[in-house]
Design a protein around this ligand. Structure first.
Ligand code: GDP
Length: 444
């Protein structure tokens, strides 16, 4: 998971304070030493670490923290605030041109995920703004890049303008823009060439394209797994091209988080999106505050809700809520719910977004796979329609039959029915606004 090792280290360092009744200045100093090491090990830029530690220390040794009844909590809040500030405070949306088309120029080193991200952005714009983008294949150096973009275009049903690999990229872009004008595309996404490292020829080519079309956005894709190197790359590109934002790719594999924590401070340019996997819908808006929450194991409820909103069928969700209120939620609804959840992605990743569960030892090794959900579904499918509506009808002999029908142990059948009843009760209480009992879930 993204930032796992940094997360563990920071929480450990702060966790030690929680065990103390009273926190002294020496305790804070000791904690900050560990925080500093954790950040350096996460490959955060040295100057950023120094600055961060200084700010947290100054605030943490203040009288109102040390004298407070809950110093550890106050310190968590300070660390959270400062992490958020380091990453840029607010999410920065994509710039939009007052005239169509808005031109987004993708730049970055080879392999950083530029072409994939071009496709992800097109998909994002279609989903969120009902946009009609055109993509231009101007990476004529990497042999497969043009075909790769065309394949992505086909998958998304987005037109791709290309002239093969024998033309000058500036000419390709020029012609592509004419096509966009004719088709009245509202967005143009230009995929440019990358190199293994920054070189002059590449930069000149990118500058030529920039001067030709004056893009609304110059988005740099950097591979987060390269840590400090990603920060250096961002600095290099920004100095030459004055980029407007960064897309941090491959965050799904980055356990350290150094790039995310350094880029904003070092370049002054916002991270606008993160790539969280190879699929074209795995692009997320970057919210510094939510990222800080996740690093500190406080979950990311807002992203979870947003995810649910995009992936969830709203009408179905409303019907479900009504059923819960009326206490008529049955195993049929339960099956629908499971389908909806499975659409949202891996369950263990979703669980980690829930406050208190994020780094709770109980869920740490939780490995709820799609297979587990399939087992549960198999059991529910073995019930008769009437049993699904009225689980009370399930007597021991029927339960045995269910287990045999689904090929699962009887204990699992019993457990699922019990869990269903418990969650039904809990949901009903929550729907009445009674949150009692929930604090057990969120407690640390
Ligand atoms: P380009 O050379 O910069 O155009 O890079 P590509 O778009 O071809 O991406 C290089 C590799 O990284 C491909 O295998 C992509 O599938 C993969 N990739 C891109 N973005 C992500 C991401 O966010 N997560 C993961 N896990 N892989 C990614």
């Amino acid at each position: 998971m993204a930032f796992e090792s940094l997360s563990d280290r920071l929480q450990n360092a702060i966790g030690k304070l929680r065990k103390k009744g009273k926190v002294t200045e020496a305790d804070v100093r000791e904690m900050m030493r560990e925080v500093r090491l954790a950040l350096l090990e996460a490959d955060v830029n040295f100057t950023v670490v120094k600055d961060f530690v200084k700010k947290v220390r100054e605030r943490a040794v203040g009288a109102e923290v040390l004298d407070s009844l809950t110093p550890a909590q106050q310190i968590v809040k300070i660390v959270n605030d400062e992490l958020t500030k380091t990453m840029g405070e607010e999410a920065v949306p994509l710039n939009k041109s007052p005239h169509i088309p808005t031109i987004i120029m993708m730049v970055g080193l080879q392999g950083a995920g530029k072409t994939t991200t071009a496709g992800k952005l097109a998909n994002y714009l279609i989903k969120n703004q009902k946009a009609r983008p055109l993509m231009i294949a101007a990476d004529v150096y990497r042999p497969a890049a043009v075909d790769q973009l065309k394949t992505i275009g086909q998958q998304l049903d987005v037109p791709v303008f290309d002239m093969g690999t024998d033309h000058d990229p500036v000419e390709i872009v020029k012609q592509g823009m004419i096509q966009a004008d004719l088709q009245k595309n509202d967005y143009v996404i230009i995929d440019t060439a990358g190199r293994l490292q920054i070189d002059e020829k590449l930069m000149t080519e990118l500058e030529n394209i920039q001067n030709e079309v004056h893009p609304t956005e110059i988005l740099l894709t950097v591979d987060s797994m390269t840590g400090q190197a990603a920060t250096e790359v961002a600095k290099g590109f920004d100095e030459q091209l004055n980029i407007t934002g960064v897309v941090l790719t491959k965050l799904d594999g980055d356990t350290r988080g150094g790039a995310a924590l350094s880029i904003r401070e070092v370049t002054g340019k916002p991270i606008k999106f993160t790539g969280q996997g190879e699929k074209l819908d795995q692009l997320d808006v970057f919210y510094p505050d939510r990222m800080a929450n996740r690093i500190l194991g406080m979950g990311d409820m807002l992203s979870l809700i947003e995810k649910a909103q995009t992936d969830y069928d709203e009408q179905q969700a409303q019907e479900m809520a009504d059923k819960i209120k009326e206490n008529s939620f049955d195993f049929n609804d339960f099956l629908d719910q499971m389908d909806q959840i499975q659409k949202m992605g891996p369950v263990d990743e979703l669980m980690k977004m829930i406050p208190g569960l994020a780094n709770n030892p109980a869920t740490k090794n939780l490995n709820v796979s799609s297979k587990d959900l399939d087992h549960i579904k198999a059991i529910v499918y073995s019930m008769t329609p009437q049993e699904r509506e009225e689980p009370n009808l399930l007597n021991p002999s029927r339960k045995r039959r269910l287990a045999a029908g689904a090929g699962r142990p009887i204990a699992e059948v019993n457990r699922i029915i019990k869990q269903f009843e418990t969650s039904k009760k809990m949901m009903q209480q929550m729907s009445k606004g009674n949150m009692n009992g929930m604090e057990n879930l969120f407690g640390n």
